[in-house]
Design a protein around this ligand. Sequence first.
Ligand SMILES: Cc1cc2nc3c(=O)[nH]c(=O)nc-3n(C[C@H](O)[C@H](O)[C@H](O)COP(=O)(O)O)c2cc1C
Length: 358
Amino acid sequence: MTLYSRVRPLAFMLPAETAHDLGKRTLRATQSTWPTRRALAAAYRYDHPALEVDLFDTTFPNPVGIAAGFDKNAEVTHALEALGFGFVEIGTVTPYPQEGNDRPRLFRLREDEGMVNRMGFNGQGMERVKERLEADGTPGFPLGVNVGKMNSSTAEESIEDYRRVFDRLSPFADYVVVNVSCPNTPDEFDEASPEHLRAIFETLEAENDADVPMLVKIGPDEPEDAILDLVDIVQEFGLDGIVATNTSTSREGLESPNQEEWGGLSGDPIEDRSTAVIRSIAEHTDGELPIVGVGGVDSPGSAYAKIRAGASLVQLYTGFVYQGPSTAKRINRGLVALLERDGFSSVEEAVGADLEHR
Ligand SMILES: Cc1cc2nc3c(=O)[nH]c(=O)nc-3n(C[C@H](O)[C@H](O)[C@H](O)COP(=O)(O)O)c2cc1C
């Protein structure tokens, strides 16, 4: 029995967001001194050469990252590194602080091992995040920065929002993600329409003198042809990759009472859909466009399925809530065993192994 399996029932007695805040406070306290940080790393890191991924001009120590939303304000990046994750994507960061939606806005779907959230881009804003990255230093593993717009912004204002956050935070980033797929912010206009995407990418491209790798994050709910149209635009602009996928508005096949809550669904229930989106993008692009796979990753098998479907890296959020601090170690150790079983010498060799064109 792990410690977390004893702590989890207590944590799950608290409202989900309270438990999350408490968990983050614990991580922040743990990362604040060298001895505690080192003790965490000694207990949880798992390194193996087969896990390393060279991508976006940097080396990821392993392919299992923390998805956007967990550490919106870059408060616990060092603790997440010590817990054995291969990278973290902070954000979504907006230009100014924003409250988000009223609480409660985060719900566990225990029977389904999922969650529904309608946080609504709550966050401290780019200046506070920048100050923190300067004060704490960037972590020793790759850092992604997920950029977003203010909820009140019009289509035109939103372009300027993305530009400003990009300008302020890209110097700290190993890659930047433009998030146009949040299902729980007000949608006054179609954020993922071709015209809007073109306007965003043109603006950011002009801003990107340092050639920071730029990706876009998409949702799982659009039909396949709409997703592939978006992928075509991503390629037209020479972007560096796609993060697939964000949360879903679907409620198919759920058992938990909390499925009634509005917001984005994550975790187990979206695993297969997210993997299908990854596969279809990888097939459409002949495996040429790097994909960061996210949605329902919580085990070696679920991570491996996304890698074999074409993801070079994977991320998780909900799996961490259900599986606890040893999640990354367990997945990474299991991945090494799966690679060995199938005769791959590295994660990189297994990327896209299930695709037809191979
Ligand atoms: C509480 C919560 C907040 C999230 N906030 C963001 C966010 O700010 N930006 C973003 O791009 N994705 C956000 N996500 C989506 C996750 O990054 C991820 O795409 C999604 O949860 C699917 O992964 P999972 O099944 O491992 O949770 C959030 C997810 C959750 C559960």
